[in-house]
Write a protein that binds this ligand. Structure first.
Ligand code: FAD
Length: 825
């Protein structure tokens, strides 16, 4: 049996042990620097509010599992979850709207919630100030986790099952050999290990550093107080720490509340960010108690002053009480507000499960246990993967700035496309100067600045044919959008447009084992002659889609691979290392060449005229047919041209070494002027690809979907065997899939949705929107959604958008050019 060592006996570590034990793992040791009865981490003082609903499906379902699990943990007839329900109140019209959106998320993810009028809020929460509250969202299954108590029960039950616990034992090092973890060094000696999971909470940075792994989290203090007994509450809660009223959120003022018997507990996120360096806290003492623990810093009452006033306004009964005690408790924040879960990209066998709230703890623990047991988690982990960050996002300065922003914005109403204002301009394509000259509006992704549209194209709106005119949008869907996008879509479909595709990840896979590696890991046939391009999938061993790739064979032993996030690089590099170690003859290397290269997508029916003006190479449909790549020269610049398109039009991805980028842009721009070439942004690309039915990985498909469900069976090579995921696919087909990604068009031709909204058929929620955009060529909004397989083309559906039902129809897809005439022109 593999030897497992878990660092940290907080709510995450102990849940993980339990999940592993229940899956038959036997050789487990848990180490904590603190005493096991009160280890002294964040869990030891957590007030334990569990609000399940989140914009992220995965986080919501993590929370739902935590609720289930804690409800099932009992001692003396009392469970570790007090299901008092959760109430979020709105005191501004914006928040009231936002709660409608949140109700939509909850419905999409299968969590029951109800929008309430102000009167209804007062009925279930009489202490509220009725002059302040406009309405609320009630979630009956939310409640209070008794986290410290759950930890003790989990320790007892797993210790009885044979797990070793070492309390008051400081971990001082992680031992490794040949890129694999081998043990955990403690003050009292080394524990040999095959798998180490760091559940060290906000000490994650320090433990990660012992393994040479950058863990991008920032510990920060957050204020929590308890009041004296509130006279209005007298006798309501017989238990000293009991509660009957729903947990309460007042997000307009960064506050939340729970009852502690007759007293109130108040948490506040409105104060200045207070970052902490965990290493500065010293060693955990042998005896830890409520008042004295490393995760609890001295209260700074001046920071809480506004909160106390605001709380007395929202809950006037508090005016009869005082603040009895308070502390600045430490917890972890991350650059994107999500947890850090999974294996280190560089050290095999070293995992982390950190920056996890009590709310998500059991769900995260289950996911890690699933990965260790079966190789994959049932829920999509892409948003939580430790390996999701770009190099530039791992620097201490970046982590500090973005995590502090995450703290500040924790309860803010954030638009899904809202970019952060800083740090920006971290990664610029070589075309950036020209894009600025054209008035590009930039959004940021992975540190890259990506044009959404160009103000220089505003003038085109005057020439737009009537049927291409953009429709008026509601205020929410009009944010980070411009009608110029319609003009850019029009030009792409009727002339030619230059798209900056530099931020697309480009990997180079090379060596005598390159074909073997890609054959083993992908669903497609990548063994074609040099020049062949294959659109293919990376599956996990259960047939879930872990990524989609365009694999271009440039030479016998050299491939250029278009991939998705950094997790793809981590996966392919790890598999390449393993292959090279096991079979040196099949040596293979994976290198990220994104930063050293650039890419222009030149697409549109007149693109061939543009390129003919600057190249003598053969770009005809015979010289470079669809899905072929070749080296070529454009305006004297060596390029790799790939005949493929993200917008469904004739054209090429033109890749070049980065130093030629500006010259390449200028040459195509100039050559294109007589043919109406424009620069176009991602707004147009996003819409055009949806018209063409092109799926984006991460939203339209994840590991939760197999190729049949995602409508990507064409990417699975018939007759191919033995690749990762093949065994799982064997018995599946389009017919056996119980749900499928379907295309909906909006009946009124103008109501926009943005993604994640619930979809109803016959008034029952049956799925949710993955991607949505206005289809300019078809003149209607489009939404893709996973729907039951029984749904037929032409069926009516409804999409809930801010509480309003939008009528839509299931359509045959792709909506644009199903015969592929334009691509092959
Ligand atoms: P911890 O409980 O911190 O456990 C980590 C363990 O690792 C510690 O016991 C530590 O001793 C051990 N360790 C670290 N380094 C080493 C080492 N080198 N050697 C040995 N052992 C080591 N979350 C919610 O969901 N709802 C809430 O209402 C809520 N309220 C909060 C209020 C406050 C004031 C604070 C501070 C946090 C709150 N949280 C809440 C967050 C929540 O408490 C934490 O996210 C959660 O407890 C983290 O659990 P954990 O197991 O990851 O970490």
């Amino acid at each position: 049996a593999p030897r497992v060592v878990i660092i940290g006996a907080g709510i995450v570590g102990t849940n993980l042990v339990d999940e592993l034990v229940s899956r038959g793992w036997t050789d487990i040791t848990v180490v904590d620097q603190g005493p096991l009865d009160v280890p002294g981490g964040s869990t030891s003082h957590a007030p334990g509010l569990v609000f399940q609903t989140n914009a992220s499906k995965t986080l919501s379902l993590f929370a739902r599992y935590t609720v289930e699990k804690l409800l099932s943990l009992e001692k003396g007839g009392q469970s570790c979850f007090n299901q008092v329900g959760g109430l979020e109140v709105a005191t501004t019209p914006e928040r009231l709207e936002d709660l409608k959106r949140k109700h939509g998320y909850a419905t999409s993810w299968g969590i029951e919630t109800r929008l309430m009028s102000a009167d209804e809020c007062l009925e279930i929460y009489p202490l509220l100030n009725k002059d302040l509250v406009l309405g609320g969202l009630h979630s009956p299954s939310d409640g209070l986790a008794l986290a410290a108590c759950a930890v003790q029960l989990l320790i007892t039950r797993t210790r009885d099952a044979g797990v070793r616990y070492l309390g008051s034992t400081l971990v001082t090092g992680i031992e490794q050999a040949d890129g694999h973890v081998t043990g955990v060094a403690t003050r009292d000696g080394t524990l040999p290990a095959d798998i180490v999971i760091s559940c060290a909470g906000f000490w994650g940075v320090e433990v990660g550093a012992m393994a040479g792994v950058r863990v991008p989290l920032l510990p920060m203090a957050h204020q929590y107080v308890k009041t004296t007994a509130v006279p209005a509450q007298e006798g309501r809660n017989p238990l000293p720490n009991g509660a009957r009223l729903p947990i309460l959120r007042y997000q307009d003022q960064d506050l939340y509340y729970r009852e502690h018997g007759e007293r109130y507990g108040i948490g506040y996120y409105g104060h200045r960010p207070m970052p902490v360096v965990a290493a500065s806290l010293g060693t955990t003492p042998k005896h830890v108690d409520e008042q004295n623990m490393p995760s609890r810093l001295k209260f700074t009452p001046e920071d809480f002053e506004p909160a106390w006033k605001l709380s007395q306004e929202l809950l006037p009964a508090l005016q009869q009480s005082k603040i009895a005690e308070g502390f600045n408790g430490i917890l972890s924040f991350t650059p994107d507000g999500r947890p850090l879960v999974g294996q280190s990209p560089t050290l095999d066998g070293f995992y982390v499960a950190e920056a996890v709230w009590v709310t998500h703890s059991a769900g995260v623990a289950r996911a890690v246990a699933e990965i260790l047991t079966t190789g994959r988690s049932e829920l999509d982990l892409s948003g939580c993967e430790l390996s999701r960050f770009e190099q530039v996002q791992l620097t201490p300065a970046y982590v500090s700035e973005t995590s502090q922003l995450d703290f500040v914005e924790v309860y803010d109403i954030l638009h899904p496309f809202q970019p952060r204002e800083s740090p920006r301009n971290l990664r610029l394509s070589p075309f950036h100067a020209r894009q600025r000259e054209l008035g590009a509006f930039f959004l940021e992704a992975g540190g890259w600045e990506r044009p959404e549209w160009y103000e220089a194209n505003a003038e085109l709106l005057n020439h737009l044919p009537a049927r291409w005119l953009p429709v008026e949008r509601d205020a929410w869907s009009a944010r980070y959008y411009s009608p110029i996008v319609a003009a850019e879509a029009w030009k792409t479909r009727t002339a030619s447009a230059m798209y900056d595709m530099t931020s697309l990840r480009r990997l180079e896979v090379s060596g005598p084992g390159a074909v073997y590696l890609l054959t083993r890991l992908t669903t497609g046939d990548v063994s074609g002659k040099p020049g062949a391009i294959t659109y293919t999938l990376l599956l996990d061993n259960h047939g879930g889609i872990r990524s989609d790739l365009t694999v271009a064979r440039l030479l016998e032993d050299l491939f250029q691979v278009g991939a998705n996030g950094p997790a793809d690089l981590a996966y392919l590099a790890r598999e390449a290392r393993k292959q090279t170690a096991a079979t040196p003859d099949l040596f293979v290397q994976v290198r990220d060449i994104t930063g050293g290269t650039c890419c222009i997508g030149l697409w549109g029916p007149r693109s061939r005229d543009v390129i003919a003006a600057v190249s003598t190479d053969d770009f005809t449909s015979q010289g470079l047919p669809y899905l072929r790549a070749k080296r070529a020269t454009i305006a004297g610049i060596p390029v790799t041209a790939m005949s493929l398109s993200w917008v469904g039009e004739l054209g090429w991805e033109i890749h070049a070494s980065a130093e030629y980028g500006l010259h390449l842009w200028d040459a195509l721009w100039q050559a294109g002027q007589p043919h109406g070439v424009i620069a176009a942004g991602r707004g147009a690309l996003y819409a055009l690809r949806l018209e063409k039915g092109l799926r984006f990985w991460g939203t339209d498909m994840t590991t939760e979907h197999d190729p049949y469900e995602a409508g990507l069976e064409f990417a699975v090579q018939e007759g191919k065997e033995g690749y990762v995921g093949h065994a799982a696919l064997k018995r599946r087909s389009r017919v056996t899939a119980t749900r499928r990604l379907r295309c909906l068009t909006v009946d009124d031709g103008r109501s926009m949705v943005l993604g994640k909204e619930p979809v109803y058929i016959d008034r029952r929620p049956v799925g949710y929107v993955t991607s949505a955009a206005f289809g300019y060529a078809i003149g209607k909004p489009i939404a893709y959604a996973y729907l039951p397989n029984t749904v037929a083309e032409g069926d009516a559906a409804e999409i809930e958008y801010f509480g309003r039902l939008i009528h839509a129809t299931v359509a045959a897809e792709p909506l644009y050019d199903p015969q592929m005439r334009r691509l092959r022109a």
